[in-house]
Structure formats: C-alpha cells, structure tokens
Design a protein around this ligand. Structure first.
Ligand code: NAP
Length: 296
C-alpha cells in the first residue's frame, strides 16, 4: 500500500526535464502529494503539459499556482529565481516549504532568502541526475532513482521541513546527502560545471577548424569527441545561468585544470612517458571507482 502523501498540495514551478520528472514520479510512485500543481510560462509548454497529463492542475500564473500549497519546488533555470520569487513570495502560506532543484546553491540562498516570508522554510536541494534533454517531454519517473540529491539548508532551518524534503527525495528514489552551499558549489564545479565548460569549448574549437577538417571530425567522431557532443547538447538558458551563478567556484576549478593540463602538455613536449602513464592510470582508477559506486 502506498504511504500517506507527504504533501497535500505540491506546486512545481517549471515543467521541463526536472519538473516533468518529479510530477511523473509523484503520479506513478504515490506517497508524494494529493494534488500536483504545475506552473509553466510559455503557452506552448503549458499546452504540452496539459496534453501529457502528468499534472492535476496546470497554471500559467506563478502567484496563483502556489496559493494554498504546503510545498513549492522551483524547477526553472537558476537565473530566473529572483524574478519568480518576487512573484510568488507574497502568496506563500505560513507553514509552506520552499525548495528547488537548481544546480547552484549559493545563488539560490542569495536570491531567495531576502524575500522569504515569515513562517516559510527554505530547504534548497539539487538532484544530481539529469540528461542533455530539456522540456516537458524529456522527463521520466525513474530519473532520480539511485542518484544523489544534495540538500543545503542554512543552519537554523526547521528540522521537520528539512526531513520532509529529504523524505520527498527518498520517495522519488534518490539517496540524500547534506552539505553547506559553498561546499556544494565547489563539488559541482568540478564534477559537472567544468566538464560542461570543456565540452562546449572543445565543440567550439572543432567547429572553428577549416571546412575540410570539420567534416572529418564529424565523420570520425566516435573516437571520443562524440561523448563531448552529448554533454554539449545541453540547454542554453540553463547552462548560461549555471556558469553565471557559480562563477567563483567554476573559475577556481578551471584555473586548477589549466595548470594540470599545462603540466601534461609539458610531459608530452619533453617525452616524459611516466608522467603521462600516471595521468592515464589515475583516470582509469576514477572510472573504476564510479562503476563500483554504481554512479557510472
Ligand atoms: P528545462 O527542461 O529547460 O525546463 C525549464 C523550465 O523552466 C520550463 O518549464 C520553462 O518554462 C521554465 N523557464 C525557463 N526559463 C524561465 C524563466 N526565465 N522564467 C520562468 N520560467 C522559466 O530545465 P530542467 O533541465 O528541468 O532544469 C530545471 C532546473 O533544474 C534548473 O535550475 C537546472 O539547473 C536544474 N537541474 C537540471 C538538471 C539537468 O540535467 N537538466 C539536473 C539537475 C538540476 P517554459 O518552457 O514555459 O519557458
């Protein structure tokens, strides 16, 4: 028998890959909410969400969408948070839990905390699950299964609200970890944001090559370039916002990466085979570690 729903009325602001996946999982798994309200702004997305039928209520106006809800999850690009919060803050009921799925966490505290109404708990969250696809069609109920979700509540946040958000992610199939926003932003800068920066850059570099060479790049892409193109196919708005909202940590990781890549380039230039072998072995070890943790 499905567990008693955690929430009475849950509102998802944004109905793309993440919002669409949470809504589908809530419907398929049960135990999440009695009513799921989905808000999305563009008429074409709104019409598509209605067609797909994964929400009980579909709403264009964010202020109306959050009314009477005991939990609200922001599932829009992080650069849109301040604007959305201005619209919804006066309509959040006391006792409501405000959470999110955004990929940066320092910026979320910066943009949401100043407008947080009294009696509303803010529990930021980041599911470490995703694909390069976006929009309401891209979501699927099992997206979060076996993946980590990181919670970054400020000290002093109502422990019952934190536990409810943790339980929400567990019911969605995720494993929950907690850390401070600054640590989170550093970790994701290396595991996610820097790899995307490298993928966008390498595709740009390949695209800059002369016509004849570019054709050959596309033809023989299977030798490694293909994996970068998958990452580089990600949503423009989402990734622009991530880069602009995790600037410090991303630039720090990029500086370290640049130093390390220069060291490897030096080894290549001077024929230092041992140094090169060591780097390759470390790469292999890290891949094995991921496979053992079932995160590959
Ligand atoms: P998505 O598929 O592109 O969907 C974005 C949603 O946000 C759409 O419903 C869109 O509505 C709405 N939206 C876009 N710009 C907006 C704006 N300026 N104001 C209000 N609404 C706006 O994105 P997603 O992949 O679900 O990502 C949602 C959040 O989850 C982001 O913060 C992202 O950083 C985070 N996240 C993503 C992944 C991933 O792999 N994709 C993984 C973990 C976390 P309209 O279509 O109506 O414009």
């Amino acid at each position: 028998m499905a567990a008693e729903p955690l929430f009475n009325r849950l509102c998802l602001i944004g109905a793309g890959l993440i919002g669409g996946s949470i809504a589908r999982a809530a419907r398929e798994k049960g135990g999440i909410a009695r009513t799921v309200v989905v808000q999305t702004r563009r008429p074409e997305t709104l019409a598509r969400v209605k067609e797909l039928g994964f929400a009980d209520v579909v709403e264009a106006d964010p202020a109306k969408a959050v009314e009477g809800c005991d939990a609200v999850i922001l599932c829009v690009p992080v650069g849109a948070y301040a604007g959305v919060m201005e619209r919804i803050a006066p309509h959040l009921a006391p006792g409501c839990i405000l959470t999110d799925a955004g990929s940066t966490k320092g910026s979320v505290l910066r943009d949401l905390t100043p407008l947080l109404p009294k009696g509303v708990a803010l529990v930021p969250a980041h599911p470490m699950a995703g694909t390069e696809h976006s929009g309401p069609d891209a979501g699927f109920a099992s997206l979060f299964e076996g993946r980590y979700t990181i919670l970054t509540p400020e000290p002093g946040t109502d422990p019952a609200a934190v536990e409810k958000v943790a339980e929400l992610w567990r019911r969605l199939g995720a494993m929950v970890e907690r850390m401070d926003a600054e640590t989170h932003d550093k970790v994701v800068a290396i595991v996610s944001h820097l790899p995307h920066l490298i993928a966008f850059t390498i595709c740009g570099t390949a695209d800059d090559l002369a016509e004849e060479t570019r054709e050959a790049v596309l033809k023989f892409a299977a030798s490694g370039f293909r994996d970068f193109t998958r990452i580089a196919a990600s949503d423009v708005d989402m990734w622009r916002d991530i880069f602009l909202n995790n600037r410090e940590a991303l630039l720090e990781m990029l500086a370290r990466f640049t130093e390390d890549s220069h060291a490897l380039a030096r080894a290549v230039r001077y024929g230092q085979a041992e140094f090169i072998e060591d780097r390759i072995r470390r790469g292999r070890r890290i891949r094995r570690g991921l496979i053992e943790r079932k995160q590959a």
